[in-house]
Design a protein around this ligand. Sequence first.
Ligand code: G1P
Length: 288
Amino acid sequence: MVKAVTKAVLPVAGLGTRFLPATKVLPKEMLPVVDKPLIQYAVEEALEAGVEDIIMVTAPGKGALEDHFGRAVELESFLEARGKTEALASIRDNFPKPAHISFTRQDDPQGLGHAVWCARKLVGDEPFAVLLPDDLMQATPGCLTQMVAAYEKTGGHIVAAEEVPEAHTSRYGILDVAEDDGSLVRARGLVEKPAPKDAPSRLAIIGRYILQPSVFEHLDKKMTGAGGEIQLTDAIAATLDDVPFHGLRINGRRFDCGTKLGFVEANVAFAAARDDLGGDIHEILAAY
Ligand code: G1P
């Protein structure tokens, strides 16, 4: 039996320069898709999958993330006094409540691998999930829940994966596929952001991982890779003699909310899926 995944690391130290001026004072993870910030989708997805401890790796200027997951007692009393039960529920009864939520800092932006390394003391010697909130998943059950179900059979490291156009391989970590049953892939390796001609496949890692703690041994060495950054992909690759490695195609859709187009599309898709907005959204879109 594999050890359960009860901890999740959410790297949220990025500057969000693609969304300036919106992100001048607002952390990009606080940008809302319909009426919920990106970070809350990621936390809810982790909790649904059985995660108890959320570890956010933040940076200066990201205080709103911490405030968002604290209680807003005055606001609650205000809503309660006015009988605004739905609004109240959205910040209290229906609001995610991790058993623990911790914040640690990445003081120097040295890449995703470095951000995850910053959480090493809080993770300790156990398997853990990594969720990149920019990658928003629309999936039932949730993306990480699907991955945990697969992980219970495979153990080792497992990442969410999706086919991308050949021209886009240089934007992602790409799997070197050994076996593929159409859903689950056993991979013999992975490469960070290869040019299309060097890419071992078109199967890209999207922002969800279940990892064994042995990745920290490599991250400790602070070796830089693609783009001069400390890459999580390289740390995973360094452990593959000892750790099985799989990619899972997710049943659902992924939106790259790190880009404007992906973010706008996510808003449309999440609104269209809602009972209270779906009909109107289709009507509005028809006008364009
Ligand atoms: C990161 C990872 C990459 C992965 C991607 C998924 O890249 O380094 O392997 O495919 O997230 O979104 P970034 O988007 O931070 O450049």
